[in-house]
Design a protein around this ligand. Structure first.
Ligand SMILES: Cc1cc2nc3c(=O)[nH]c(=O)nc-3n(C[C@H](O)[C@H](O)[C@H](O)COP(=O)(O)O)c2cc1C
Length: 187
């Protein structure tokens, strides 16, 4: 597949451990699949990835600025419209806000709009622990997103949940499952 033949993939990273592997785990493989990639980060993830120089590396790699703040009203949109979104890793916070329609940062503004555009698939990998999953509102958020057509990457085979206070075994983010969900959502 030639470069950028697939359309524009909006990649959204949030403030969850493992977001530092966004480039190698998701962006580079998506570029290799022929997507043009536009990266948007939540303010937390933006702070983390700017501190390490990773945001600059992502911008150089994709040829587009990494967004973690809204534009001014008079500024041009820095990204082309996305044909598909992948949110990975997605914090419990971002999943909850997306389900509720809260759009208080640039990433959620784009994602909330995408949920209302049937032609734009949205893939979400919630990177959560057992405490997040037991929050009384969690299952409702997941049901809302599933009913909105969101492709959820989850389950014990993909991301086994661990308690928040126990030492967690080292787990790489399930990038192959995220990429498989992207392929399935867009083929
Ligand atoms: C080192 C570190 C790792 C974190 N990992 C996670 C995580 O895996 N999942 C999660 O839901 N929150 C995690 N958090 C908490 C989120 O960063 C926090 O809830 C933040 O407000 C999320 O904002 P965002 O959803 O806008 O990125 C982590 C925080 C820190 C400091």
């Amino acid at each position: 597949m030639r470069a950028q033949e697939r359309g524009v993939l909006g990649v959204v990273g949030t403030g969850a451990g493992g977001v530092e592997t966004l480039r190698t785990g998701l962006v580079e493989p998506a570029l290799a699949r022929g997507w043009r990639v536009a990266v948007t980060l939540t303010p937390t993830a933006g702070r983390w990835l700017r501190a390490t120089g990773e945001a600059d590396r992502l911008a150089r790699l994709t040829g587009l600025p990494v967004r973690d703040a809204p534009r001014l009203p008079g500024e041009a949109r820095p990204h082309p419209d996305a044909d598909c979104y992948v949110v990975a890793p997605a914090t419990a916070n971002t999943v909850a806000k997306l389900a509720l329609g809260i759009a208080d940062n640039q990433a959620l503004t784009q994602l909330g709009e995408a949920l209302g555009i049937p032609a734009v698939p949205v893939v979400v990998f919630p990177k959560i622990n057992t405490a997040h999953a037991r929050h009384p509102a969690w299952q409702g958020h997941i049901t809302t997103l599933r009913e909105a057509g969101v492709h959820l990457v989850q389950g014990p085979d993909v991301w086994p949940l661990h308690g928040p206070r126990a030492p967690t075994p080292r787990q790489d983010l399930p990038w192959p499952a995220v990429l498989a969900a992207l392929d399935q959502a867009t083929n």
